[in-house]
Design a protein around this ligand. Structure first.
Ligand SMILES: Nc1ncnc2c1ncn2[C@@H]1O[C@H](COP(=O)(O)OP(=O)(O)OP(=O)(O)O)[C@@H](O)[C@H]1O
Ligand SMILES: [Mg+2]
Length: 255
């Protein structure tokens, strides 16, 4: 199961969401988090740990990826390939190598989380094409919603799972969702509501303490609403989307 986390606009909280969601998933499933932000990957910053791994070795070795990839507790990590491959504009050959790599991850792990870069350049579109589920992170401001809409329309995918971050309330998150529903209603696109996350100063404190927030402050509002989102992803509760979410759960429980 490949889950891509994307946004359109930058700086809306994709990496914090991806890292902390992956950590929660890793308690129950064999999970790998891919820092797919090829320009300015910072998964290691949010995890508070530097990873030394040569991705070329990982690409060419026959050993299982579980043996080659570094771990943060139960979570496996593929750090950003900065300086190794320039992915901002993928050549066809690079796409083939990356596709083989993603297929390898998908068959070895229960869940593969792809933390993508902002924007809609070809590398982001490539990751979205490969994903089984696309989580779209937005914040309640017009620029973020505009860019999210640009991403929805320029992607070949038709289904998106919305997370409204830095939000005041469930009510505000639903207003954002309704706006997006209104914008896509004459297209073939569907935006499902996955959940919302509050503005939480614990996130910044966590970064300064070099710990992900679900570990630094497991009882914080952010951590508790995030665990609702993860349960929703896993437990078949979707907005009338039982078919799609059931499929996710089938794959998650394949072992
Ligand atoms: N819910 C929140 N409460 C408080 N601060 C937050 C929240 N979400 C994100 N932030 C802050 O916003 C900043 C950007 O977060 P993050 O790096 O996760 O965004 P991003 O979408 O991955 O950015 P980029 O597009 O550059 O990859 C960070 O400084 C983070 O601490
Ligand atoms: Mg990021």
């Amino acid at each position: 199961m490949l889950i891509a986390v994307t946004s359109g606009k930058g700086g809306v909280g994709k990496t914090h969401f991806s890292v902390n969601m992956s950590l929660l998933l890793s308690k129950r499933f064999e999970t790998v988090l891919v820092d797919a932000d090829t320009g300015l990957g910072n998964v290691d910053l949010v995890l508070g740990k530097k990873f030394e791994v040569n991705l070329i070795d990982v690409f060419v070795s026959d050993l299982p990826l579980k043996k080659l990839l570094p771990q943060y507790e139960d979570l496996w990590v593929v750090p950003a390939p900065s300086g190794v491959v320039e992915l901002a504009d993928l050549s066809n050959r690079e796409k083939r190598v990356l596709e083989t790599f993603l297929n390898g991850l998908d068959s070895e792990f229960d869940v593969v989380v792809l933390d993508t870069a902002a924007g809609i350049h070809s590398a982001v579109r490539f990751f979205l094409e490969k994903a089984d589920k696309i989580v779209l992170v937005v914040v309640p401001d017009p620029a973020s919603l505009n860019d999210a809409m640009g991403l929805i329309m320029s992607s070949s995918a038709s289904e998106f799972y919305l997370v409204v971050n830095r939000c005041l309330s469930h009510k505000e998150a639903k207003m954002v969702h309704n706006l997006l529903i209104d914008w896509v209603k004459y297209t073939d696109k569907v935006v499902h509501f996955l959940g919302w996350l509050p503005e939480d100063p614990k996130l910044r404190e966590a970064v300064f303490s070099r710990k992900p927030v679900v570990e630094y402050a497991p009882d914080s509002r952010f951590s508790s609403l995030l665990s609702n989102i993860v349960s929703k992803l896993v437990n078949l509760k979707g907005d009338g989307d039982e078919r799609g979410v059931e499929k996710l759960s089938d794959v998650l429980y394949k072992g």
